[in-house]
Design a binder for this molecule. Structure first.
Ligand SMILES: [Zn+2]
Length: 245
């Protein structure tokens, strides 16, 4: 038994497959993350193969087979985003995080919406901040968010003060429970930045001003936290680090 479905999709990842085919991972509006093979996708005249590019928004028709899903047709939903190099490097973080923190065929329309808005906002605003806000929102939507409102050890809510962050324990540690191994400073300002980014309205973003030190601190903590969650370094985040971005 097999069944076909059609859905709007954002391409997360594409690679060559066998001699003539392409393999793609997409996040769809109604069907969550899907992966399929586009047979013949590497032939120069193959339309689907040409359209299957990272970050593309496509309408795809997929044949859900027993072992592998196959792409039947696809067409562009919107013109390619024409991202510059830096925007592309940050967009790759968004698509890789989406691929890592979602499950196949688990519908999460709010993740699709967030990713769509993020790829558009990347062109308008500082991509570094947009992606940090995206990561916080994605972790929230997928149930992986770090605990930042109360100490992960004793559960006490914080007075307004600088505390600590433990990537290993998945959140913030109060000064009484702080024991230094692997814990990093989590300043009051960083905590406020995190809260502001998490509630940033992507459809109608207010102007934001961010202090460099707090941005670096939050980025560092969050990417370490993500590393603990995923258990393997993400290519896109390594790439940003290598490029000094
Ligand atoms: Zn504590």
């Amino acid at each position: 038994m097999s069944n076909d479905f059609r859905d709007d999709a954002i391409v997360l990842h594409v690679k060559n497959w066998q001699t003539a085919d392409k393999y793609a991972v997409c996040f769809t509006r109604e069907h969550g993350k899907i992966r399929f093979i586009a047979y013949g996708g590497r032939y120069p005249k193959n339309v689907a193969g040409r359209l299957l590019q990272p970050f593309a928004r496509l309408s795809v028709e997929v044949n859900a087979g027993q072992r592998t899903d196959k792409l039947k047709t696809c067409e562009l939903l919107s013109l390619p985003l024409a991202l510059d190099f830096k925007q592309m490097a940050y967009a790759a973080v968004a698509t890789e995080l989406t691929a890592v923190f979602t499950e196949d065929h688990q519908p999460q329309p709010e993740v699709y919406q967030l990713l769509t808005e993020t790829l558009l906002l990347l062109k308008e605003r500082n991509p570094r901040i947009v992606i940090l806000a995206f990561a916080l929102k994605l972790l929230d939507l997928t149930g992986f968010a770090p605990q930042v409102d109360a100490c992960v050890v004793c559960g006490r809510e914080f007075p307004e003060e600088d505390v600590w962050f433990s990537p290993l324990q998945g959140g913030v540690v109060c000064n009484a429970c702080h024991n230094a191994t692997g814990e990093e400073k989590f300043s009051l300002g960083t905590g406020k930045l995190l809260a502001n980014l998490k509630k940033l309205d992507f459809q109608n973003p207010e102007p934001f001003s961010v202090k460099g030190g707090e941005l670096m601190e939050l980025e560092n903590l969050l990417y370490k936290f993500i590393l603990f969650q995923t258990d393997k370094p993400l290519n896109s985040i390594n790439f940003l680090a290598q490029m000094g971005m």
